[in-house]
Design a protein around this ligand. Structure first.
Ligand SMILES: Cc1cc2nc3c(=O)[nH]c(=O)nc-3n(C[C@H](O)[C@H](O)[C@H](O)COP(=O)(O)OP(=O)(O)OC[C@H]3O[C@@H](n4cnc5c(N)ncnc54)[C@H](O)[C@@H]3O)c2cc1C
Length: 416
């Protein structure tokens, strides 16, 4: 059987693939193998999870989501996906600060790549991690919390800090959200009033096809207690029926809109767990820039849009609060994220990426580790101020380079 990622654009060819079902088994396997990577739920589009050594799946580890209302936190095993964690937290009166666009992804994999949702006040999902249990190259299990010197390099680590067996997530009181969609926001308005528009609700996403100077849809996920939104907003009009981010896809796959209040975990993702998220037949890219560069970057992307629009299914613009995790694409800065869902055809995507990355070359655009990009080693290295600290951590904790792979060695100085 061929082992691929969710999108099918990465084929894994490890020497050995094992679905482990006990932590002790994982410890033995890690200790005995010269080269190890973990595959989460396989939702990355880049080769970040690939290896020519041992590829481990932890999906069969006994699933546990231990919610602790006294400390407002939950310890979740590496087998957990957000779809397992979110309802358990909500049932206990708690919530995560945010979600990604879909609940299908594993918590450990999302943390490892800096996966994020939207909302100027909401940092990436890894910023909600307060404890991490991981197996080192010798097979020993250790626990790190926010007070440990290695913590801020170990949460978003693309698997280089060790095999994560469990994470502890901080929680907050549960809350209700109402989701509204606006049609046809002029691009000029978004450029001119970016902070106000993207900060107008708890989580805001702007979808465009970059075929006209218009944001096709502005999705606003507001706290249920916030006032009713106006019928018109910066020239955009409130939609009177449900929308899907990709025009033509069934709207029933998308989460409830039209202002119907519902719990955070049923409104903040764009896609419902029961249905295929997004389109499935696709490749994704995303670039994360300081929010101060948003207007100029949007104008620069618009200027070259004719060179990439044919390869595009849909694009999304989001904002994210900064954090202090060393390999985070949002490290140290409030961020605007420019996302692109491409057609599943690299002969079209590769030139599209070249045009886009050319347009973004004057900006500090960090690519999403889990999505495809063409930027080279020198460019990537210049974008991460704590890279040397991260490399020191990896050299010290994994001196033989057991957890490295071709993808990570392409950008980082690692022993392999
Ligand atoms: C339809 C779709 C929608 C998406 N939406 C968003 C979005 O809204 N926001 C966003 O930021 N991203 C989004 N992504 C990207 C996705 O969130 C990331 O690629 C994420 O890393 C996927 O998690 P995963 O479990 O599938 O990880 P994988 O792709 O399986 O692995 C990613 C990395 O995590 C490591 N890893 C996984 N588990 C462990 C573990 N237990 N121990 C150590 N290392 C581990 C792997 O080795 C690898 O390096 C989307 C992807 C898809 C397919």
């Amino acid at each position: 059987m061929t082992l691929t990622n969710w999108a099918g654009n990465v084929v894994f060819t490890p020497e050995r693939y094992v679905r482990a079902d006990r932590v002790e088994q994982v410890q033995e396997l890690v200790a005995g193998a010269p080269r190890v990577r973990v595959l989460g739920s396989g939702h990355s589009f880049s080769e970040v999870a690939a290896t020519d050594g041992l590829l481990l799946s932890l999906e069969d580890l006994p699933l546990s989501v231990d919610v602790d209302t006294a400390t407002s936190s939950a310890r979740v095993t590496a087998s957990a996906r957000f779809a397992h964690v979110m309802p358990a937290l909500h049932a206990a009166g708690l919530a995560l600060h945010n979600t990604g666009s879909l609940p299908h992804i594993s918590v450990a994999g999302a943390a490892a790549t800096g996966t994020h949702g939207s909302g100027t006040g909401n940092p990436c999902l890894a910023a909600g991690v307060i404890g991490i249990e991981l197996i080192g190259p010798d097979g020993e299990l250790r626990t790190l919390d926010t007070g440990d010197q290695d913590f801020h390099g170990s949460v978003i680590a693309m698997g280089l800090a060790g095999v994560v067996t469990a994470l502890t997530l901080k929680a907050q009181p549960t809350f209700d959200v109402r989701q509204y969609v606006y049609d046809d926001l002029p691009l000029d308005a978004l450029i001119a009033d970016f902070d106000e528009i993207m900060g107008s609700a708890y989580s805001v996403s702007a979808f465009t096809h970059w075929r006209r100077p218009v944001i096709d849809m502005l999705w606003r996920k507001q706290l249920a207690s916030a006032p009713e939104p106006p019928a018109g907003y910066f020239g955009a009009a409130l939609a009177d029926s449900p929308r899907h981010p990709i025009v033509g896809m069934p709207t029933q796959n998308a989460t409830q809109q039209l202002g119907v209040p519902g719990p955070w975990h049923e409104r903040l993702p764009h896609f419902r767990f029961e249905f295929t998220p997004s389109r499935g037949d696709e490749v994704q890219s995303e670039y994360l820039l300081p929010v101060e560069q948003a207007g100029a970057a949007l104008a620069a992307v618009h200027a070259v849009s004719a060179q990439f629009a044919d390869a595009l299914q849909v694009a999304e613009i989001r904002t994210i609060a900064g954090d202090d995790l060393w390999l985070s694409p949002c490290y140290g800065r409030t961020t605007v994220a420019l996302h692109f869902t491409w057609v599943d055809d690299m002969s079209k995507v590769t030139p599209a990426l070249a045009a886009l990355e050319g347009a973004l070359s004057n900006f500090d655009a960090r690519p999403h580790w889990g999505k495809v990009f063409g930027l080279g080693r020198d460019r990537i290295r210049a974008l991460y101020p704590r890279l040397a600290d991260f490399e020191e951590l990896v050299h010290r904790t994994d001196p033989a380079g057991k957890f490295t792979n071709e993808f990570t060695a392409r950008y980082l100085d690692l022993r392999n």
